[in-house]
Design a protein around this ligand. Sequence first.
Ligand SMILES: [Fe+2]
Length: 505
Amino acid sequence: MKLRITLFSSILLATLAEAKTEKYRLIWNGSPESSITVGWCQISGSDAKVFYRRVDSGDKSSAHKIDRQTTHLDLNHCFARLSGLEANTLYEFIIKDSDSQSARFTFLTAPAKEASFSVVAGGDSRNHRKARQRANRAVAKIRPLFVCFGGDMINKPTPKEWAEWLDDWQLTTSKAGHMTPIIAARGNHEGPNDIHSIFDTPHSGDYYAVDFGAGFLRVYTLNSNIVRAGKQGEWLTQDLAAHVETKWKLAHYHHPFRPHQSNKAEQNAQYNAWASAFFKYGMNLAIECDSHVVKRTWPVRPSNEPGSDQGFIRDDEFGTTFIGEGCWGAPLRPADDPKEWTRDHGSFNQVNWICVTPRWISARSVMVDSIEKSAAIDPKFPFESPRGMKIWEPENGHSAWIFLNDKEERPTIDPATLTRLTITAAHPEFTESTTVRLVANPEISSENLEFRYTTDGSQPTAKSTLYKAPFNVTETATIRAAIFRTGKALSTAKSITVTKIDAAR
Ligand SMILES: [Fe+2]
């Protein structure tokens, strides 16, 4: 709800009262060219409103009441969802209530068409507070259009930890009061309602997409802490299918498909639910977190063909580039699990600085330990690293580059390259009987998966005997099997010969 008022100038000039609002944040969860959510914590006072207008416009300010108020972990979170804003426009705002008024802040709305801008992405800030604060200062110096934060903000979802995190987040605001919107994802350290309660995400499932520049860039926020297939997987596939024409697609979420830290588990269920859709619909860049190491990969597509590693193979033309894995202020771990398709890896505190243009995307790592020595980026040259900013320089280049692919047809993945059949016999030589077992690789969805086999060595077809459970063989036989889905072979056939031997021999 908007009210036109004439007080903005006098409010700006008024002496600041003691702060009764704090822990400010700007949030984007839809239509960033025309809307933004102002979030804060209210300590006391009533009738809080956000007063906002275009900078240097001479406009009367508009007033917007609180749309949502929620007490979560002892903090009173307020959200004012501003809408009807002009694209690519600098706004100023204050929050005023019966007891106080905030400092003046500014923000920039997103462009409504193709444009060039930068994004900061990363995650895992849970308990190394000094590093977290430096990474936040890096945001203020880079001045990106927005931040993608991939979860594990805090270690334990307590009032104290969230209060400290939100206080530290204020360091992402520049000295002049310029704020950067956040797009927040959930990690495994947050409580199930934290992200929705603190960042006003569209629903408590915390997966959603935000579109920039009318089909220019679509940012997918995924939740790797709930079922990845199911409703979330269906939504992702449908949304990607509905946005094939979108030029660039970027995803961020907490758990890496294939962690570059040896103590971290492979996320097979996630690979199963998302990897093929990423490839099929052209996900350009994915930012992963959780491992507290640094990695960047070559573009990869799902595959189990020769040359692949852990279900992916390099594909410079059509693959997805993965970066990560979460070094925003969490205990660093050794990057000790590189893959065939890893471009480089390391272990240091960093944020990912991503530059998006109509022709290419680049991703650099800003090493934040010395960020105090860095100048701020000149807004006139938003992609140039300023004096004193330390950028990671792997041997194969400081940037991962992603170029627009003009090819009309994306190749489809042959599902057979993803499916491996293992066929085993408890005793290849037996006297009475032996048990034969068929298993598919765990990355493959079991949905409608059928194992069909013959026992005379002939090629299995979609009409051969259906395997339901391990079965016994009592005579010498060659069992040949393959995996089918809705009548189509997914794997090549494999065989095993079991031999009955004479017990008296
Ligand atoms: Fe994590």
